[in-house]
Write a protein that binds this ligand. Structure first.
Ligand code: ADP
Ligand code: MG
Ligand code: MG
Length: 878
């Protein structure tokens, strides 16, 4: 029979698939001899078989749970049915990947009307016993019976107000008794069923509820956002309760072994005395910083510091630890690798290597490539800050970044506005898992309650979104949709600027500027470059973009688009003259002028690139894109060209195409007007010649012919260009080395790649067009239905964002194999958007491309992804 339950001392950290992250780490810590309350874990397999079959606990599973419960009773010398010292447990969910706040936990399970009295007399603390019971009723009512937490919370608030009690911990035994009575009434009224008095029944219902919670809406959304599979299930941990709510030498807290916002190597956390469970993160009372524990409970503080260090050394990464103190005794309830901001992630990676704890390769693997882009986020400009008016400066810097946006007070509005292209800032008293979609859509999150480990703070750091938490001087009214601050009032839709690095909020829109990268970032990038097998080039054509790309270490340019070079006012006229004229001579004249302009551009590019390679794509878009559409512009053009308006309109009609993306563009233009491609090639080579003469610099231009679908297109154009260029170099009596290759963006080109490789000096995959042509999706219109396809599971991902391995990927793979079968050394790269996507980069590395190319700001991401891919392949081959 399949084993479905494991005692903590039967597992270890490598069993995350089966025991979930929480369970595997509880087992590992038990093995290490840490003070972990004993317990057992029901496997993720048990969860999946529950969800895939009757959705009831099978008799075998119940029996196995019973056996482990007896074992736990023996270990603790307590009894679950309450005939001697009472055994209370927590029921804790825990999937393989941590899903903060997404699944539900129940504490103090096992209490009922009788045993609560027993607990009260045993501990001589009625308030404590009834506090545990009211918490159980609340969590059980919510998680198992699906009753909105608000019913309980509202009553609690009402009761405290009525009796003039400020804090939960000030409630007396009698207070809590009547609260318990009311909570039971709420359950009966809403669920039409009493709270179950049998401890076993409570346990079974709780386990089923945790299993079911795998499929709740919040969990689905979180998994979708984080690309966690839907079929791995959650484990359930059943663990002896320890009580942080049993007096002034008890408490509960969470701490990171290093600062998760900055990476500083210093314990960072919060705790509350006389509190239980989620009190710290729920923002009910404002928690104390961990350093204060040194005064409150010095021995506990010292012990905690020691264990935190030990855990960090053992896991060789920054840890996020949950702990509880019961009457002066410390217990560790959870540890995991801590989530951190991008800024912290590079600092911690570099520090851990310097401390000798890990190797460069390990450090690179801890980074999230997509998050690295947050490090390149701009900051508010110094000039703007000098004049800025503050809304508040008392908030906590919970997640760095500088954001500007319109404020709104609920997640639905945030989502709606963002969908319309607005930048929004979500303001809430505190956030909860229901707000997740609104948080994702927001530029920044601001809360008036809660600490550095509140829901808002943790989630924002995880997403790399700017966040200011616990901004207590703001009176946020979610109902009236306004916020009162010391200097006035703001309403929904007003614009603010939020600085998550220092917790300051400003009125109106502040200007932003790009920041310099840190020493840690630079170090990590140098490692990535060193370890990545793939080269990373940039897609760029302006000098400032090229400089940005070079700053991030690009190995050259993978795509220089030449069409923008035709758009300056004077050039556009010449281009239009070229398009409108009927005679070869006229066209030649127009091209001569354009040639001079193009030379200026190319020289600038070559000079900036120095000796790095650059791929220049010859003109690609259909000609109508260069023509005016508005009536008045057409009239103007007619005057300028000295032709009739009718004449222009006639030509426009000729140029009109039903499907321009499938039309007269790419090399098809070159086939019709070879002089166009020859002019561009001449400009390229003349610029290279001038560079060589003026500076001695040897550039090797790579000329790329787009949209090739037949061998003839490539061979004819290449031959024409070569003939011309050879004559030119002979005339100039100088030699420049150049290559002529092709962009592969049609399925047909993939299939004849062996023939194309006979002519082409290089291949570069244009993944945008190739995806469009393979699926038959118009990339300009497809967003409408692609999102729907992805959410319904028709497509696993948007193929314009992440490679469609089975279709487009297979075509690329075929083309690579065919191309190399003709010319084994042919250089092959990717220059579409997918060149900057980590998952796609891993695929391109696996099929042995030579380089990827992406926009300059994605280069760091691409490098990290490429390095991780190389490291992963090496470790797979070991
Ligand atoms: P989450 O995954 O949402 O963090 P947990 O299962 O870690 O949920 O439980 C939340 C909190 O409940 C813990 O941080 C801890 O404070 C408290 N808790 C859980 N189990 C126990 C226990 N056995 N004894 C005391 N407190 C517990
Ligand atoms: Mg939690
Ligand atoms: Mg936890």
């Amino acid at each position: 029979m399949l084993k479905q339950v494991y005692q903590f001392d039967e597992g270890n950290a490598d069993m995350k698939d089966l025991l979930g992250g929480k369970g595997a780490n509880l087992a590992e810590m038990t093995r290490l001899g840490l003070p972990v309350p004993p317990g057992f874990t029901i496997t993720t397999e048990a969860c999946m078989s529950f969800l895939n079959t009757t959705k009831e606990l099978s008799d075998e599973l119940k029996k196995e749970i019973d056996e482990h419960l007896s074992l736990l009773e023996k270990k603790t010398n307590k009894s679950f049915e309450g005939d001697k010292d009472l055994l209370l447990v927590s029921v804790r969910s825990g999937a393989k990947f941590s899903m903060p706040g997404m699944m539900d936990t129940i504490l103090n399970l096992g209490l009922n009307d009788e045993t609560v009295e027993q607990l009260a007399s045993l501990t001589e603390d009625e308030a404590f016993a009834y506090d545990c019971y009211r918490r159980l009723l609340q969590m059980f009512g919510n998680v198992v019976f699906g009753i909105d937490m608000q019913y309980f919370e509202n009553y609690l608030t009402f009761y405290k107000q009525k009796h003039g009690v400020k804090l939960d911990s000030d409630l007396t035994g009698d207070d809590l008794k009547s609260i318990v009575t009311e909570f039971k009434r709420i359950i009966l009224e809403i669920k039409k069923k009493p709270f179950p008095q049998s401890a076993k029944e409570q346990l079974h219902l709780a386990i089923e509820a945790v299993f079911h919670s795998w499929n709740n809406e919040r969990a689905h959304i979180y998994r979708e956002l984080n690309r966690i599979p839907d079929d791995i299930g959650t484990a359930v941990n059943i663990q002896l309760m320890v009580f942080g709510n049993s007096g002034d030498t008890s408490g509960t807290g969470v701490a990171f072994t290093r600062n998760p916002a900055t990476g500083e190597n210093k314990l960072f956390g919060e705790y509350l005395i006389n509190a239980q469970g989620e009190d710290v993160v729920a923002g009910i009372r404002t928690p104390e910083p961990i350093e204060k524990l040194k005064n409150d409970l010095p021995a506990v503080y010292e012990e905690f510091t020691r264990l935190a260090h030990l855990l960090e050394q053992h896991y060789r990464d920054m840890q996020d630890i949950e702990f509880t103190v019961e009457k002066g005794k410390l217990y560790i309830l959870q540890t995991r690798n801590g989530k951190r901001t991008a800024q912290a992630s590079v600092k911690i990676a570099v520090d851990l290597v310097e401390e000798g704890l890990i190797q460069e390769e390990d450090a690179l693997m801890t980074l999230n490539p997509d998050m690295i882009s947050h490090l390149l986020h701009p900051e508010f400009s110094k000039v703007a800050l000098e004049k800025a008016v503050k809304v508040s400066d008392v908030g906590l810097p919970a997640s760095p970044g500088s954001a500007v946006g319109k404020i709104c007070f609920d997640a639905a509005t945030a989502k709606e506005w963002a969908a319309q292209g607005e930048k929004v800032i979500l303001m809430r008293q505190e956030t909860s898992p229901e707000d997740i979609e609104g948080m994702v859509a927001s530029e920044a999150i601001v809360t008036s309650r809660g600490g550095m480990t509140s829901h808002a703070a943790v989630v924002a750091r995880g997403m790399g979104t700017c966040c200011v938490a616990g901004c207590s001087e703001l009176e946020i009214d979610e109902f009236l949709k306004r916020v009162v601050y010391p200097g006035g009032q703001l309403n929904e839709g007003d614009v603010i600027s939020v600085d998550g690095s220092n917790g300051v909020i400003y009125l109106g829109e502040l200007e932003v500027e790009v920041t310099e990268t840190s020493h840690y970032f630079d170090t990590v990038m140098a490692w990535a470059k060193k370890h990545a097998r793939l080269d990373v080039r940039m897609n760029a054509e302006t000098v400032s973009d090229i400089k940005t790309g070079l700053y991030f270490g690009a190995d050259g340019i993978g795509l220089i688009r030449t069409e923008h070079m035709f758009f300056g006012a004077e050039r556009l006229i010449q281009m239009r003259r070229f398009i409108l004229s009927n005679s070869y001579i006229e066209r030649e004249k127009a091209l001569k002028v354009i040639l001079d302009y193009q030379m200026d551009d190319f020289k600038e590019i070559f000079e900036t690139l120095n000796d790095l390679p650059g791929v220049i794509r010859l003109l690609d878009p259909p000609l109508h894109e260069f023509m005016p559409t508005k009536e008045e512009d057409i009239v103007l053009l007619a005057q300028e060209m000295n032709v009739s308006k009718n004449e222009i309109e006639r030509r426009l009609k000729e140029l009109h195409e039903v499907n321009p993306m499938l039309g007269h563009r790419g090399c098809r233009l070159g086939m019709t007007y070879p002089e166009l491609y020859i002019m561009q090639s001449e400009a390229i080579i003349r610029s290279a010649i001038e560079m060589k003469r003026e500076t001695g610099l040897d550039v090797t231009p790579e000329i790329m012919i787009p949209l090739v679908g037949t061998t003839k297109e490539l061979s004819e154009l290449k031959e024409k260009i070569e003939l011309y260029l050879d004559a030119l170099m002979e005339e100039e009596d100088i030699n420049v080395f150049y290559r002529i290759g092709t962009m592969i963006e049609l399925p047909r080109a993939c299939l004849i790649a062996n023939q194309l490789a006979k002519t082409a000096d290089f291949f570069s995959f244009g993944t945008n067009d190739l995806t469009q042509m393979t699926f038959g999706f118009s990339r300009d219109d497809a967003a409408k239905y692609i999102n729907e396809y992805v959410s319904k599971g028709v497509l696993p991902v948007d193929p314009f964002q992440t490679i469609d391995k089975d279709g487009v990927g297979e075509l690329i793979k075929t083309a690579v194999e065919k191309g190399r079968s003709t010319t084994p050394t042919i250089k092959i790269g990717v220059c579409g958007e997918l060149g900057g996507d980590p998952t796609s980069i891993e695929f391109f590395d696996d099929i042995n491309l030579d380089y990827v190319s992406c926009s300059p700001y994605r280069i760091p991401i691409a490098y990290i992804a490429a390095a991780q891919s190389t490291i992963r392949r090496a470790s797979n081959n070991e």
